[in-house]
Design a protein around this ligand. Structure first.
Ligand SMILES: Cc1cc2nc3c(=O)[nH]c(=O)nc-3n(C[C@H](O)[C@H](O)[C@H](O)COP(=O)(O)OP(=O)(O)OC[C@H]3O[C@@H](n4cnc5c(N)ncnc54)[C@H](O)[C@@H]3O)c2cc1C
Length: 352
C-alpha cells in the first residue's frame, strides 16, 4: 500500500488501542509502547449511557458514536473470543418530580424514543430501590468489560503490530525528526491519558485530572437484570458481582484510595438497594478531561509529526472507536475532524 506509514503510539489505554487498531486496519505499521501502569481505562466501569440525566438530553453525538462503538467492540470480541460488549438496561430512579416531567415530555419524541422507554405503572411502582419520584428504563445502554477490552486489544495489536512495555522518557524523543531512541517514525501519537501533564510538547493543551473511585460488591440478593442509577450507578457485571460508582474529584493531583469515597458511595448505595452485600474491592483512577468536556485530537502546531488523542473524559467508551476512525480518516486526507475536538481550539496556549 502506497500510503502506508510508520506510527509510534505512546499509551495502550482505550485511546491508544482504539487508534492502533484503526491505523493497522487502514494499512499502517504500528508500534505501541505502554508503561504497564494504567490509571483510567482499566478502572472504568465501561458504562455506555446514551442519555445525560441532568438536563435529560442525549449524550453528545450519540447517534453517530453508539452504532459504531457497538460494531467495534463486538468485532473485537469475536476476533479475540473474549466477552467485551454487554447490552444492559439502565433504570433511572428519578431524583425529582421535574426529572420525571422532562422524561415524559421526551419519551415519544423523534430522536429520543430510541433511547427512552415509555414510563409504565410498573416503573412507578418499582420497589427494589428507593422510589420517591418514579423510575424509567433506558434503551440501548450497555457496558464494555474494560479488562477484556484492553487484553483483546493488546493481543490483536501484538499479532498485527508491535507492543513494547516500557515507560517512555521524553528526552528520548526528537520532535523535529519524529524519532524515539534514534528510530524515525512518520508520526508519534501521544495517548497518555492523565500523564499528558508531563508531556513537554502537549502539556500546555489542557488535560485535567478528574479522580474517580469505584467499589466492587458481591451480593446474593441484588437484582442482576438491570443497572440502577441515582446519584451513583450500580452495575451488575455477572456472578453476583456489581460495580458501584463513581466519585468525582476535579483537578486533583491525588491518586490514593480513600475511606471518604467508600463512605460516600455506600451512603448513596442506600438509595439503590438495601439488600445485604459485601465490598470486595475498591479502585481509583484518573479520568483525562478537558475544560469544555470535549476530547483533544490533532497535530502539534509546531512539530506537525507529533499527534495527540486525549481528553476522553467520562464517556470515553462511547466515543473512542468512532473518534479513532475519524482521526485516521483525517490523517489520510479522507475526512474532516469534528471541530469540537480539534486541538486548534487551545492553540493560543502553546505560545504562552
Ligand atoms: C473511576 C472511573 C470510572 C469510569 N467509568 C467510565 C464509564 O463507566 N464509562 C466510560 O465511558 N468511561 C469511564 N471512565 C473514563 C474512561 O476510563 C476514560 O475516558 C478512558 O479510559 C481514557 O483512556 P485513555 O487511553 O485516554 O487514558 P488511560 O487509560 O489513562 O491510558 C493511558 C495509557 O498511557 C500510558 N502512558 C502514559 N504515559 C506514558 C509514558 N511516558 N510511557 C509509556 N506509557 C505511558 C499509561 O500507562 C496508560 O496505560 C471512568 C474513569 C474512571 C477513573
Amino acid at each position: 500500500m502506497t500510503n502506508k506509514k510508520d506510527y509510534l503510539i505512546i499509551g495502550a489505554g482505550l485511546s491508544g488501542i482504539s487508534m492502533g487498531i484503526h491505523l493497522v486496519k487502514s494499512g499502517n505499521k504500528v508500534t505501541l509502547i505502554d508503561s504497564g501502569e494504567n490509571f483510567s481505562s482499566s478502572v472504568a466501569a465501561g458504562q455506555i449511557n446514551p442519555l445525560v440525566f441532568r438536563r435529560m438530553t442525549k449524550s453528545w453525538r450519540v447517534d453517530d458514536y453508539l452504532p459504531y462503538a457497538e460494531e467495534f467492540y463486538t468485532e473485537l470480541s469475536v476476533d479475540s473470543t473474549l466477552p467485551i460488549y454487554f447490552p444492559i438496561p439502565i433504570r433511572r430512579m428519578f431524583s425529582s418530580a421535574h426529572e420525571k416531567v422532562m422524561w415524559l415530555e421526551k419519551q415519544n419524541r423523534d430522536g429520543f424514543s430510541q433511547y427512552m422507554n415509555e414510563i409504565t405503572d410498573e416503573d412507578d411502582l418499582f420497589d427494589l430501590a428507593q422510589n420517591d419520584f418514579g423510575s424509567a428504563r433506558i434503551k440501548k445502554s450497555s457496558y464494555v468489560h474494560a479488562i477484556n477490552f484492553l487484553k483483546a486489544g493488546k493481543i490483536w495489536l501484538t499479532e498485527k503490530g508491535t507492543i513494547i512495555q516500557e515507560k517512555v522518557s521524553y528526552t528520548d524523543i526528537d520532535p523535529t525528526k519524529s524519532s524515539y531512541k534514534g528510530i524515525i517514525y512518520d508520526n508519534i501519537l501521544f495517548c497518555e491519558g492523565s500523564e499528558n501533564t508531563n508531556n513537554p510538547w502537549f502539556n500546555k493543551f489542557i488535560v485535567e485530572h478528574t479522580k474517580g473511585e469505584v467499589l466492587t460488591l458481591h451480593s446474593e440478593n441484588i437484582n442482576e437484570f438491570e443497572a440502577l442509577n441515582r446519584k451513583c450507578f450500580l452495575l451488575p457485571i455477572g456472578d453476583k458481582t456489581f460495580r458501584l460508582g463513581a466519585t468525582y474529584v476535579w483537578n486533583t493531583p491525588e491518586r490514593d484510595i480513600t475511606e471518604e469515597a467508600k463512605i460516600d458511595l455506600l451512603d448513596k448505595m442506600q438509595l439503590l438497594s438495601k439488600k445485604p452485600f459485601e465490598v470486595i474491592d475498591q479502585q481509583v483512577g484518573i479520568r483525562p478531561t478537558t475544560p469544555d468536556r470535549r476530547p483533544i485530537i490533532g497535530a502539534h502546531p509546531e512539530f506537525e509529526k507529533l499527534l495527540i488523542f486525549n481528553g476522553l473524559g467520562t464517556k470515553g467508551y462511547l466515543m473512542a472507536p468512532l473518534l479513532a476512525k475519524e482521526f485516521v480518516d483525517y490523517l489520510e486526507g479522507k475526512g474532516e475532524l469534528d471541530k469540537e475536538v480539534r486541538l486548534e481550539r487551545f492553540k493560543n496556549k502553546v505560545n504562552n
